[in-house]
Design a protein around this ligand. Structure first.
Ligand code: SF4
Ligand code: SF4
Length: 376
């Protein structure tokens, strides 16, 4: 067992010792959050033991389709991303911002204390690390810092997992966000499973990661073990379910704001907003105030919103984006073009969720391709 771990050292944790990692995090008072099965999907929720992970399960994904199916092995992380994004812990769907009380003529406003629960997020994929980095920019690096996001973000420990298989709708290779976790994690695991052995090649990404790992049984990774892990990730990269040609994409979309493809997609889109709710980078919200019947108590709540709702673009007198066409175009051009102007990166990390969870299988990669092909 090695005690002096450095950042980017690679070590081996055997499958039977994986529980130790969870135990050390629990001892350090982290709430453990990881993939688990609920309602026929792999979702992120509180876990306490390795058996809570979807061991021996995988998923099949395509446009508008998601199915779990048993694997023929006992892989712990043998599936790709499900409908949940980690943003639900950093930017919750609903949060009270403040409450106010009136006593006589005095009004007392109490801001909500931000949630600073220590959480260990286990099983964060490379595309999701990139999505968190994008939301960091939005919530922490602009003119205003969001105290709720900041409090949660400052208290997370990230155990990333390099993908050993690509989902049917994944295109992280096109977006250069995966399938290998490159930064933004404390520890990153690559699961290796053969007839003889089941282990994890672990990369250390931070001092906190090294400190946690020093309390878990491990051995230094041999060169062969590292080569094996790299080969698994390279194989995943070869098997992406989708592709997106991003060359000149910003100019392409800006030059085609009246392209007939927007009418075509509008004839299929239900404006349900699923694509925005499952997207790990979408950050839009609205605020609502509520008062009780006496008028003595009021609260302000923030909740996720979607650019697919008519009300979202309401300005004095009416909505700016009345048509389905204008709303879909807004979403896609923001993701792939104006996000680059606004934040310097794409707003899409290629996780494929918007394709899988669109009830009518609208596929962002196909919509771009249709415009690209007609411009050739
Ligand atoms: S693209 Fe699909 S998921 Fe998004 S709003 Fe339209 S129908 Fe819903
Ligand atoms: S736009 Fe779609 S593929 Fe891109 S990050 Fe959002 S959900 Fe994932």
């Amino acid at each position: 067992m090695t005690n002096s771990l450095k950042i980017h050292n690679q070590v081996i944790i055997n499958r039977q010792d994986l529980q130790q990692l969870l135990d050390v995090l629990t001892q350090q008072e982290y709430q453990l959050i990881g993939p688990t099965i609920a309602e026929g999907a792999i979702v992120y929720d509180e876990i306490s033991q390795v058996e809570d992970f979807p061991i021996g399960w995988t998923d099949e994904q395509d446009g508008g389709t998601y199915r779990l199916k048993p694997r023929d092995d006992q892989a712990v992380f043998g599936y790709s991303v499900g409908p949940h994004a980690w943003k639900k812990y950093l930017f919750p769907p609903r949060v009270r911002l403040w409450s106010a009380k009136r006593q006589d003529q005095e009004i007392q406003i109490t801001p909500e204390t931000p949630d600073s629960t220590k959480r260990a997020l286990i099983g964060v994929r490379a595309c999701e690390l990139n999505a968190i980095a994008i939301q960091d920019q939005v919530f922490l690096e602009g003119v205003a810092v969001d105290p709720h996001y900041q409090a949660s973000r400052n208290n997370i420990f990230i155990v990333a997992v390099n993908c050993a298989q690509a989902g049917g709708t994944c295109f992280c290779v096109s977006m250069q966000t995966g399938p290998k976790a490159k930064q933004g994690f404390d520890l990153a695991l690559t699961e290796v499973l053969s007839a003889e052995r089941h282990y994890f090649v672990v990369e250390v990404g931070s001092e906190a990661g090294a400190q946690v790992l020093s309390q878990v049984c491990h051995t230094p990774a041999t060169e062969q073990e590292q080569v094996t892990a790299d080969a698994i990730i390279a194989q995943t990269a070869e098997n992406m379910g989708r592709k997106l040609d991003t060359e000149g994409i910003k100019e392409l979309l800006y030059d085609n704001l009246e392209h007939p493809q927007w009418d075509d997609v509008a004839s299929r889109c239900l404006t349900c907003g699923n694509c925005t709710l499952v997207c790990p980078t979408c950050f839009c919200s609205n605020v609502e105030d509520a008062t009780d019947l006496t008028g003595d108590h009021a609260e302000r709540w923030r909740q996720w919103d979607s650019c697919f709702s008519v009300e979202f673009s309401y300005l004095h007198g009416g909505s700016v984006r009345n048509s389905v066409k204008s709303r879909y175009r807004q979403w896609m051009t923001h993701k792939l073009a104006s996000w680059i102007d606004q934040f310097g990166t794409s707003g899409c990390v290629g996780c494929g969720r918007c394709i899988t969870w669109c009830p009518v299988a609208i596929d962002i990669t196909q919509e771009v391709k249709a415009i690209q092909e007609s411009n050739k």
